[in-house]
Design a protein around this ligand. Structure first.
Ligand SMILES: NC(=O)c1ccc[n+]([C@@H]2O[C@H](COP(=O)([O-])OP(=O)(O)OC[C@H]3O[C@@H](n4cnc5c(N)ncnc54)[C@H](O)[C@@H]3O)[C@@H](O)[C@H]2O)c1
Length: 402
């Protein structure tokens, strides 16, 4: 294969984010062969809506399609592990939505299977690919803010504010034991590790469920839907609405993050400030074209996304000239460009800019430490066993306060 147009992809799931995957692939010029929905009828209907040739009746039918070399997994979280296993076994490259799996034992197994396969394996931590975040990654790597000291911020949404708001993510056996942290906090944590080049070493976390009972609609619900159902069933909620986490990074850095799906007015606001010894950088996903650069002894700067003013990494992720606003959906194009360069090459490169299964597994391990700390009320180190399987691993070791 030499060109993107020679590659065929299929997308599992055609809800909120599956549709964004299809659109981004088409913009790149990848052939989208079809989609797989929750039923043959739903898949056929969504394929027709999106102008795709095929709505597959099942995963076996999708994997029997020789036109497909890459499979994108955008189904609910509990399906990622079994579907990815089948995809790798069928010899297809895979792009999986976050979180990679429901548990670190599952994600560890997927890391091993992916490594053994020689296939491209990516997790869609797309927020890395806002051009200004790519710019910051390269800036920090080259010492542009000095020694990294403090990373702080939040990830706030409000779409689960009411007790009548419902989504499959609220069900522990469909979304995972961590909800706000797994669903959106994982993006923030992956982004901080990417920007600073430092992994999280230990956490001290508090998880809170402010709405202990929610009213589940009797019928299906779309993600981010604000419609109220007439008939509902009361359901006890076992996962967190909010999280407050203190962080220790490798190399001595410190941090804190607040995560919430109940913050009125914040639709999808990820913010960070990374303070270094010579400069600071701050960014807000609801104003993604602006990067604040703070300095002590000279005026602060506001860098507006502009290929002419960003470093090579920032330029590579940008599509349009400055002032021609890029946003959330564009990050998928930039992420997929990096992933599909490896697909064209036939296998994973040594240190890709996109998140791999190792990175997806890493966020599951940090999640384990968050959960363990929330139970014990103590600092917990992120446990990284030599084996990535994770099955023989405990929830992490408690560490003394420093
Ligand atoms: N990277 C991001 O920014 C981002 C944003 C949103 C969601 N996500 C992730 O994407 C995934 C989907 O989230 P969403 O918001 O699109 O959810 P959604 O509910 O809108 O869509 C899920 C889709 O999966 C389909 N589905 C259900 N069972 C299936 C099955 N057995 N086989 C195939 N398809 C099936 C549903 O019909 C639906 O179309 C989640 O893992 C979520 O964490 C990532």
């Amino acid at each position: 294969m030499t060109r993107l147009a020679d590659i065929g992809a299929a997308v599992i799931g055609s809800g909120f984010i599956g549709t964004v995957h299809v659109e981004a692939l088409r913009r790149l010029g990848v052939r989208v062969a079809g989609v797989l929905g929750s039923s043959a009828e739903r898949g056929a209907a969504r394929a027709a809506d999106l102008g795709l040739a095929r709505g597959y009746a099942g995963l076996a039918e999708l994997l029997a399609d020789d036109a497909v070399q890459v499979v994108h997994v955008t189904s609910p979280n509990e399906l990622h592990h079994p579907q990815v296993k089948e995809i790798l076994a069928a010899g297809r490259h895979v792009v999986c939505e976050k979180p990679l799996a429901m548990t670190s034992a599952e994600s560890g197994e997927l890391v091993q299977l992916a490594r053994a396969s020689g296939l491209v394996h990516a997790v869609n931590f797309n927020l890395r690919f806002y051009p200004l975040n790519q710019h910051v990654t390269e800036l920090v790597r080259h010492g542009g803010i000095g020694e990294v000291r403090l990373a702080t911020g939040h990830y706030f949404q409000d779409w689960l504010l009411h007790d009548t708001d419902w989504n499959w993510r609220l069900e522990k056996d469909r979304g995972g034991a961590l909800r706000a942290v797994g669903d959106i906090g994982s993006h923030w944590l992956d982004l901080m590790t990417t920007l600073t080049g430092r992994r999280v070493e230990a956490v001290m976390a508090e998880l809170t469920t402010f709405i202990p009972v929610r009213h589940k609609p009797a019928g299906p619900v779309e993600t981010f839907s604000t419609r109220r159902a007439a008939e509902t069933i009361p359901i006890r909620i076992e996962t967190e609405d909010t999280a407050t986490i203190l962080l220790r990074f490798e190399g001595g850095g410190r941090g804190s993050v607040a995560i919430s799906q109940l913050s009125p007015g914040r639709k999808n606001s990820l913010t960070y400030q990374v303070d270094g010894s010579t400069a600071a950088v701050a960014w807000d996903s609801e104003r993604p074209e602006q990067l604040w650069i703070g300095r002590r002894d000279e005026p602060n700067q506001l860098l507006i996304r502009n290929p002419a003013l960003m470093n090579a990494a920032g330029r590579a992720a940008a599509r349009l000239p400055g002032g021609h606003v890029e946003g959330f959906a564009d990050t998928f194009g930039a992420a997929f460009s990096a992933i599909y360069a490896d697909v064209l090459a036939g296998g994973p490169s040594s240190s890709p800019a996109y998140a791999t299964f190792e990175d997806g597994h890493e966020e599951m391990l940090v999640g384990d430490a968050v959960l363990a700390s929330s139970h014990s009320g103590r600092w917990v180190e992120v446990a990284r066993p030599a084996t990535t399987a994770g099955a023989d691993r405990g929830p992490g070791r408690e560490v003394p306060a420093r």
